[in-house]
Design a protein around this ligand. Structure first.
Ligand code: BGC
Length: 649
């Protein structure tokens, strides 16, 4: 280290460990102090930067969860959310936003699924890449997390994720690989072990990150993910977070025995990041007003809401509407380090509907309490009131006591009380619309048959009810589609049945994660990956494939044959027909969301590069394309294929 970086061994040791919960050691004034703060669904910054306290945080724009973001199927919105968050960070003097997370939704029960994009590595990678580009366009850094295989919260500090090499490459590392194309300033390692080695000490996977994915930034630990500071440093971890007095004392005590090269390498990474933050901070300019950032939050929710069922009730027609259920009057969000304190007062659904010209009235029925138990409140009266109206809109879901960091859900059904309320209100109401506010798949099999319509509002951020009202009334034509499978029952998910104990989680389903399993083995689901209804109706035709080397261009036409302007997301799946190794039946390799006016046609063109046809060969230690026959399938969901054609590569 030279010049201002000429540091003593003691200073270097302090440099590779945080100074407190959120900042670096400034080497006695020689280095810029950078501030890191939580994402990914909004800026969470404790007012007191010396703690991780959840209770006292700045108020910030609460965006929809990234589950909702990916359900928009519009990567431009991921960039916009990133840019908007970059503006939030500038306002609060934050240098690095701790997000996005690209862990795969292997288990619907994972308590942090709402913080992750998808069960599909391509979707997760593309959305994270655009989000990172957006944040970093504002000269604010990101932390791509949690590297890797942090796919559940139970035993996250101790359990080893036992994953075979091919699955690791194709499913769990792939989103990191795609996201690294945006050059995140930092990567955060996860708590768990992978194949017996703690991720804060995983030299081999750090090697993949650096040598194969081209990551050139700083690797930080998750908060308290380091158990052995020296082993972590030797493996290539650069920054241990947060400050840990005992760890620092130990490292200082053995200062002379530490591997000097490794210490220098990590200290140089932290110093380089501090320099980068200092230089970039001078270029930061806010270019979005609060109103513009709120508009981004609202737009993402409007485009991410998924209409799951609609039997002739939506959009709402003139008439009287009874609104009930806790999320109609109370903000629902996921708990833990991503818990954002909305800067805007909560908007009750009845008020949002009234603002759209609907004659809506709220009454209490089922009231959320703790976890999977709710109060039934005034259900009798609610039933009487519902019977006098034309439509009942019942809001149900899972609050932050069900879905939160550090614990997984025990089950994926709504509380018994909520299910009872659905039954009672379905019986009493002329028409029943159920709106679900949660962060991960819900088993609706108990009641879905009784609802006339079901809308997935997710964790929709501070504009959730305005967006729900606009979709219910048809001001917004729903265009969101699921980015995770909704199984009929939890037991249907192979990963839920895989071996696990307190020390080990066996990923013995291999590549068969999410739709890759249900589609290949023809197992029925409640709602498939990629599914979502619209008020428009689209037809597909004229598929045409064009080959140039190992790149294939897919062209087709979509026509909106309805009277409603709308948006459609076409999904392109690839199937290897003449395979030499196991392949899931088909895999998503491209998608496009497109606006089509009523009775108009649009032609969509998408390119599939070599990687779209490749599998990771463990025998060759490389991505491999076997020449042969492939089928290109264009679908509106993984289950509903509209066009297909074969091609020889
Ligand atoms: C979480 C990270 C988060 C960090 C700082 C950890 O518990 O796993 O995602 O960024 O805390 O709050």
């Amino acid at each position: 280290m030279e010049g201002k970086r000429e540091l003593t061994r003691e200073q270097k040791i302090k440099l590779i460990m945080g100074a407190d919960f959120w900042t670096n050691y400034d080497a006695d004034g020689r280095l810029y102090t950078f501030v890191v703060s939580d994402g990914p669904v909004g800026l969470r910054q404790p007012l007191d930067r010396t703690t991780t306290e959840q209770s006292d945080c700045i108020k910030s724009v609460a965006y929809p969860s990234v589950q909702m973001l990916s359900q928009t199927w519009d990567p431009v919105l991921a960039y916009e959310m990133g840019r908007s968050l970059g503006n939030d960070c500038i306002e609060q003097d934050v240098d690095i936003l701790l997000g996005p997370g690209v862990n795969i939704k292997r288990l619907p029960t994972n308590g942090r699924n709402f913080e992750y994009f998808s069960e599909d590595p391509y979707v997760a990678g593309v959305f994270a890449r655009e989000y990172i580009k957006g944040v970093q366009s504002k000269h604010v850094g990101t932390a791509l997390k949690h590297f890797c295989c942090n796919n559940s919260e139970t035993s996250r500090h101790w359990a080893s994720m036992e994953v075979d090499e091919r699955t690791l490459r194709e499913i769990y590392l792939r989103p990191f690989e795609i996201a690294c194309e945006a050059q995140p300033w930092t990567v955060m390692c996860s708590y768990n072990l992978v194949n017996g080695v703690r991720m804060s000490e995983h030299e081999k996977l750090y090697g993949v990150l650096r040598n194969e994915f081209g990551f050139d930034g700083m690797i930080m630990s998750d908060w308290e993910a380091v158990k052995d500071s020296e082993a972590s440093m030797n493996a290539g971890l650069n920054w241990e977070m947060p400050y840990n007095e005992a760890h620092q004392r130990e490292m200082l005590a053995k200062a002379e025995k530490l591997d000097e090269k490794k210490l220098d390498a990590s200290a140089a990474r932290v110093a380089a990041l501090a320099d980068k933050c200092e230089a970039e901070s001078k270029m930061r300019r806010q270019d979005m007003t609060l109103q513009e950032r709120r508009a981004v939050a609202q737009k993402i929710e409007e485009e991410g809401i998924v209409l799951l069922k609609n039997e002739g009730v939506l959009p709402l027609e003139a008439g009287k509407v009874f609104v009930t259920g806790a999320p109609a009057v109370r903000y629902y969000y996921g708990g833990g380090s991503s818990n954002v304190y909305p800067e805007r007062d909560f908007e009750p659904l009845a008020e949002a509907l009234a603002a759209e010209g609907v004659d809506a009235e709220y009454g209490e029925s089922v009231w959320e309490t703790n976890g999977h138990q709710s109060h039934l409140g005034n259900l009798k009266e609610a039933v009487l009131r519902a019977a006098q109206k034309d439509v009942t809109v019942l809001c149900v879901g899972e609050p932050n006591t069900c879905e939160y960091e550090s614990t997984d859900r025990q089950q994926i059904r709504l509380s018994k009380e909520e299910e009872a309320a659905i039954h009672a209100l379905a019986e009493a109401s002329e028409k029943l619309v159920v709106v679900v506010y949660a962060g991960a798949a819900i088993d609706m099999s108990d009641w879905i048959g009784e609802a006339d319509a079901v809308l997935w509002a997710g964790y929709g951020g501070e504009f959730v009810n305005r967006a729900v009202a606009r979709v219910l009334t048809g001001k917004v034509n729903p265009s969101g589609k699921l980015t995770e499978t909704f199984p009929f029952r939890l037991e249907d998910v192979p990963a839920e049945n895989a071996y696990r104990d307190e020390a080990v989680m066996l990923y013995n389903e291999g590549l068969n994660v999410g739709y890759r399993y249900f589609d290949t083995f023809d197992v029925p689901v409640l709602f498939p990956f990629g599914f979502g209804l619209s008020y428009s109706k689209f037809v597909y035709r004229d598929i045409c494939l064009e080959k140039s080397g190992k790149t294939v261009t897919v062209r087709f036409t979509i026509e909106n044959i309805s009277d409603a302007d709308g948006k459609e997301t076409a999904q392109v799946y690839v199937r290897e027909v003449t395979k030499e190794v196991y392949r899931p039946y088909k895999e998503l390799k491209a998608f496009r969301k497109i606006f089509i006016k009523a009775h108009e046609c649009r032609t969509v063109e998408l390119t599939l590069d070599e990687r779209a046809f490749a599998y990771y060969s463990v025998a060759k230690d490389a991505w491999t394309v076997k020449p042969g026959v492939f089928e290109i399938l264009v679908g509106v969901s993984v289950q509903q294929i509209m066009l297909k054609q074969k091609i020889v590569l």
